[in-house]
Write a protein that binds this ligand. Sequence first.
Ligand SMILES: CC(C)(COP(=O)(O)OP(=O)(O)OC[C@H]1O[C@@H](n2cnc3c(N)ncnc32)[C@H](O)[C@@H]1OP(=O)(O)O)[C@@H](O)C(=O)NCCC(=O)NCCS
Length: 150
Amino acid sequence: MALQEPKMRVMRRDDIDAVVAIDALVSKQQRREYYERKIEAVVNSSNNINTSLVAELDGKVAGFIMGDVYFGEFGIPETSATIDTVGVHPDYQNRGVAHDLMDQFLTNMKGVGVKKIYTLVNWNDFSLERFFANHKFQPSKRINLELQLP
Ligand SMILES: CC(C)(COP(=O)(O)OP(=O)(O)OC[C@H]1O[C@@H](n2cnc3c(N)ncnc32)[C@H](O)[C@@H]1OP(=O)(O)O)[C@@H](O)C(=O)NCCC(=O)NCCS
């Protein structure tokens, strides 16, 4: 039987359980509070554009991508975007779901005039790094600084 094409749509508030469950499976972390805050901000269309997407397969959320658009903020003159999280349910990995999410995300970003997209990947997360490299992401000229507070 031919594999079904995932259906892309904008993320909604009621996707929270599916998103938290997928994230828990792929990142081994429980981050409901983080996603509650994030989804609340992305679905509140009065102060930003909802860039976040989900992919549905068999009527279920199989994966998601979440990002933000910045119109000349943080001293960055050009309109830019970030990808904050991406995740695909292990049952649906390796069949192009993340690729389709990325494709749609990039199309949407081009549509709103974004010139550059930033993301952060842990240095030893090789599979995620490969996924971004396959989509032409490169090491940035900006460097990431941190300060550990006691
Ligand atoms: C990285 C991740 C998003 C990729 O999702 P995915 O849906 O499996 O990605 P894709 O299917 O588009 O691509 C994965 C591989 O499948 C291959 N593939 C794509 N479509 C395919 C198909 N129809 N048949 C066979 N292989 C296929 C791709 O070529 C790719 O191969 P590669 O990794 O060797 O380059 C997923 O593994 C994941 O969720 N990882 C955890 C990420 C994470 O930690 N998130 C939380 C913090 S941000």
